[in-house]
Design a protein around this ligand. Structure first.
Ligand code: PGA
Length: 250
């Protein structure tokens, strides 16, 4: 099933007020590529300003707490992201799974919290290099997918991102055939669990996507967009990825 590409930037712990001009330039470019959905998941501190500065661009968060509110110093609730102007959030990024010990159950609860606040969610899964070397990539990714899948999952609000941990920020990318195999596996599982919604759900690839490899990665069957870290921090690096998607537009 043909799906509109979604190209999402993940700014991680980067971005001060001066970075808003990059958001403005990205928004301007995205507005000319109506066949591609574009989002920037910026730090929580920039969401409100980014949403005001670039009202046509989808702004997202990078994480949310699983609870609606409460005594959780330093945490950000999904409703707070929405209130600041976010329309979606990443959940279960591998950096949060490893840095913060987030389990599949926690990620599932976070995705459900995002949905309850009216946000879309991009749920990340991916194997480490040791797991791939041990031949466990498929079983690890499937277990994460099943364990993190929120109740009420639907293609209208949930997106999956396959991000091999060893490809994140390393400049290394899996062979197109390996990406195809993993995305097919995820697709089959989504279809088995969710039926038509699973067929229609977007599956993004993430991990060292950049201008020079975006066209090849986006052309892989069942790759419905990208989750882009380092190459999303400037309009110069990010816009060519949007263009690659626009050229392949389905
Ligand atoms: P990268 O990060 O593009 O810098 O590899 C991707 C991600 O972690 O989402």
């Amino acid at each position: 099933m043909a799906k509109k590409f979604l190209i999402t930037g993940n700014w991680k712990m980067h971005g001060l007020a001066a970075s808003l001009r990059e958001i403005g330039a990205i928004a301007g470019h995205a507005a000319q590529c109506s066949g591609v959905d574009v989002a920037i998941c910026c730090p929580a501190t920039l969401i409100e300003r980014a949403a005001r500065y670039a009202p046509t661009l989808t702004i997202g968060g990078q994480d949310c707490h699983s609870q609606v509110q409460g005594a959780h110093t330093g945490e950000v609730a999904a409703a707070m992201l929405a209130d600041a102007g976010a329309r979606l959030t990443i959940v279960g990024h591998s950096e949060r799974r490893s840095d913060n010990g987030e389990t599949d159950a926690i990620v599932k609860a976070k995705a459900e919290a995002a949905r309850a606040a009216g946000l879309g969610a991009i749920l990340c899964v991916g194997e480490t290099e040791a797991q791939r070397d041990a031949g466990q990539a498929a079983s690890v990714v499937l277990a994460q997918l099943l364990g993190s899948m929120p109740d009420g999952a639907g293609c209208d609000w949930l997106t999956i991102a396959y991000e091999p941990v060893w490809a994140i920020g390393t400049g290394r990318v899996p062979a197109a055939a390996d990406v195809a195999e993993m995305h097919q596996l995820i697709r089959s599982q989504l279809a088995a669990s969710l039926g038509e919604d699973g067929d229609a759900m977007r599956i993004l690839y993430g991990g060292s996507m950049k201008a020079s490899n975006a066209a090849e990665l986006l052309a892989v069957p069942n790759v419905d967009g990208g989750l882009v870290g380092g190459a999303s921090l400037t309009a110069d690096a990010f816009c060519p990825i949007i263009d690659a998607a626009a050229q392949l537009q389905r």
